[in-house]
Design a protein around this ligand. Structure first.
Ligand code: SF4
Length: 486
C-alpha cells in the first residue's frame, strides 16, 4: 500500500477515479493508462474488470499505484477483451484506513441475464439505511463499501436487462455517484441527478471512453466528446455507439466547486473551462480581494501554483519558487521509522533559503483543513529568515465536512469550524491570513454575478454548510446541519 503522504491529515482528498473503454483491442491496457492519469484521485488501490467473448469476465484488484501493478504483462494478459472498466480509490465510506482487498472496486455481480461490473466515484448518502434494508431482506455483502449497495439493489430489481436494473437501483440511491459499469457487451456511464462528481465521454478510433477527467482521455489519445450530463445515463456498444437516457427526475446541476479548486488535475477541462485557468483566476480574484505589500508570491507546491501565478500577475509582485518540492519522495523514506515519519512536511518540501531570506513572502495554498501543514510551512519559511509571512488561500474557509465522496475530518477538527479568520491567523502565527470569498470563487469559475443567495449553481457545502442533498445517514448518526444563526 502506498505510504501516508506528509499532508494526508491536512488535505481534503478525492476518494475515487473511474475509467472505462469499449471497442478497442486489449481495452484493459487503455484502462490502466487512464487510471494512471487519474491516480491523483486515489492512491490506495485500483482494480480492472475486462470481458472477452469466449473467455468471460476477468478481474484484478491490487493495493498500490497503478504503475506498480497494471504495467506487468503477466497481469495484463489475464485481462483480455475489447471492453474493460477500472477504478482507483483512496478509501470510501466504511473502512477508512483499514481497507481490505474485498473493498477494492470494480464490484461484480452475476445476474440471470449475465454479469455486470461497476465502478463508483462519489458517496451514497443513504447507504447505511439501504444496507440495513438489503441485509434484512437476505442480501449478503462482501465489502464495507457503500457502492456495493448498487449491485444488491440491481439483483433485487425485476427489470429484464442490466441497464434497466441499474436505473432502478440508482433511483434508490441518494448523494453523489458517477458510475462506470459494464456488461458483456455494453459500457455504461451514469451521473447522479445533481452531477456532483465529474464524468466525461471520449472517442478514440472505433472505441469509446468514459473517464472521471479529460486528462485521462489525453493519455490514450482520445478526443473529448462531451461531459455526461447531470442525471444522464449513457449505454455504449461497439455496434450502436452511444444511447442516452435520463432516468431521474430532472434537477438543476450542482457540480462540486472544489473540483475546480483542488481535486481535478490542472490540465483537465471542466464545464468547457481549463482547470488551470480557473485556478489562475482564483489567484487574480484573491489579489483583488486581499492585497498586501510584499516582496514575493510563492506557491505551496503543487496545488497552489496556478493561483500564485494569478496573484502575482494581478498584484505585480514577483512570482518565485520559494518552496521546492521533492518529486521523488516515496515509500522508501516514509515507512521505516517513526523519527523519519515525524519529519513530515520537510520530507516533501524544502525552502529555497537564498530566495526567502529577509523577504516579505505571500504564500498561496489551495486550502486550510486542520492547519497542521500550514503551521509547519510557516515555521520553515521563518526558519529560512523571511521577514514576514502572509497566507492567501484559494478556497473559502473549509468549515463543513463533505459527504459526497471526499475524505474530510470530523467537523470539530476543521480549523474553520471552530475559529474565526483572525483566530486562525493567530493560531497559524502568520502576519496575515485571507481566504477567497465564496463570491470571488464563483466569479473565478465563471459566474460573473458571484454566488446567488442559496448557492444553486454548484455544491459548495464544505464552505457554506448548505448541503444540496441531505446527508441522511449522517443525520441519523446525530450530525447537526447549519442552523439559522450560523
Ligand atoms: S461538500 Fe465540498 S468537496 Fe464535497 S462535493 Fe460539495 S463542494 Fe465538493
Amino acid at each position: 500500500m502506498p505510504p501516508a503522504h506528509p499532508f494526508d491529515d491536512d488535505k481534503l482528498r478525492e476518494e475515487c477515479g473511474v475509467f472505462g473503454v469499449v471497442g478497442l483491442a486489449d481495452a484493459a491496457n487503455f484502462v490502466a493508462l487512464g487510471l494512471h492519469a487519474l491516480q491523483h484521485r486515489g492512491q490506495e488501490a485500483g482494480g480492472i474488470v475486462s470481458h472477452a467473448a469466449g473467455v468471460g469476465f476477468n478481474s484484478a484488484r491490487r493495493f498500490g499505484y497503478v504503475r506498480d501493478n497494471f504495467t506487468k504483462a503477466s497481469l495484463m494478459e489475464t485481462l483480455p477483451g475489447p471492453l474493460a472498466i477500472g477504478h482507483v480509490r483512496y478509501s470510501t465510506a466504511g473502512s477508512k484506513g483499514a481497507t481490505q482487498i474485498r473493498d477494492v472496486q470494480p464490484f461484480f455481480g452475476e445476474f440471470s441475464m449475465g454479469g455486470a461490473a461497476i465502478a463508483h466515484n462519489g458517496n451514497i448518502t443513504n447507504a447505511d439505511a439501504l444496507r440495513r434494508e438489503l441485509i434484512d431482506r437476505g442480501s449478503i455483502f462482501q465489502s464495507s463499501s457503500d457502492s456495493e449497495c448498487i449491485i444488491h439493489l440491481m439483483a433485487r430489481s425485476l427489470q429484464r436487462n442490466i441497464p434497466e436494473r441499474m436505473k432502478d437501483a440508482l433511483r434508490r440511491c441518494e448523494g453523489a455517484f458517477s458510475v462506470v459499469a459494464m456488461t458483456r457487451t455494453k459500457l455504461i456511464g451514469v451521473r447522479d441527478p445533481l452531477g456532483v462528481r465529474p464524468l466525461v465521454l471520449g472517442k478514440v478510433g472505433d472505441g469509446w471512453v468514459l473517464s472521471s477527467e479529460t486528462c485521462a482521455l489525453d493519455i490514450i489519445g482520445a478526443e473529448f466528446v462531451r461531459e455526461i450530463e447531470a442525471g444522464e445515463m449513457v449505454v455504449i456498444t461497439e455496434e450502436d455507439g452511444v444511447t442516452s437516457y435520463f432516468p431521474f427526475e430532472r434537477q438543476a446541476a450542482r457540480f462540486c466547486i472544489f473540483e475546480h479548486v483542488y481535486f481535478s488535475r490542472p490540465d483537465s477541462i471542466i464545464g468547457g473551462k481549463s482547470v488551470y485557468d480557473t485556478r489562475r483566476n482564483i489567484g487574480v480574484e484573491l489579489a483583488k480581494e486581499a492585497p498586501v505589500d510584499a516582496d514575493l508570491v510563492c506557491p505551496v507546491p503543487d496545488s497552489g501554483t496556478p493561483a500564485a501565478i494569478g496573484y502575482s500577475q494581478e498584484s505585480g509582485i514577483p512570482y518565485a519558487m520559494g518552496i521546492i518540492r521533492n518529486q521523488y519522495m516515496g515509500r522508501t523514506f516514509i515507512e521505516p521509522t517513526e523519527q523519519i515519519r515525524n519529519m513530515g512536511v520537510r520530507l516533501k518540501l524544502n525552502v529555497n533559503r537564498a530566495l526567502i531570506r529577509d523577504k516579505r513572502v505571500i504564500l498561496v495554498d489551495d486550502s486550510v483543513v486542520r492547519g497542521t501543514t500550514s503551521r509547519k510551512i510557516k515555521e520553515m519559511i521563518l526558519d529560512a529568515g523571511a521577514a514576514e509571512v502572509h497566507f492567501r488561500i484559494a478556497s473559502p474557509p473549509t468549515a463543513w465536512p463533505c459527504f459526497y465522496g471526499v475524505d474530510t475530518p470530523e467537523r470539530e477538527k476543521l480549523l474553520a469550524a471552530t475559529m474565526s479568520e483572525e483566530e486562525m491567523r493567530d493560531h497559524l502565527g502568520v502576519d496575515s491570513l485571507k481566504f477567497i470569498s465564496l463570491d470571488g470563487l464563483y466569479r473565478a469559475v465563471g459566474v460573473a454575478e458571484g454566488r446567488a443567495p442559496g448557492g444553486k449553481r454548484y455544491c459548495d457545502a464544505c464552505f457554506s454548510g448548505e448541503y444540496p442533498v441531505a446527508p441522511s445517514d449522517m443525520l441519523d448518526k446525530g450530525f447537526q446541519l447549519k442552523t439559522a444563526a450560523e
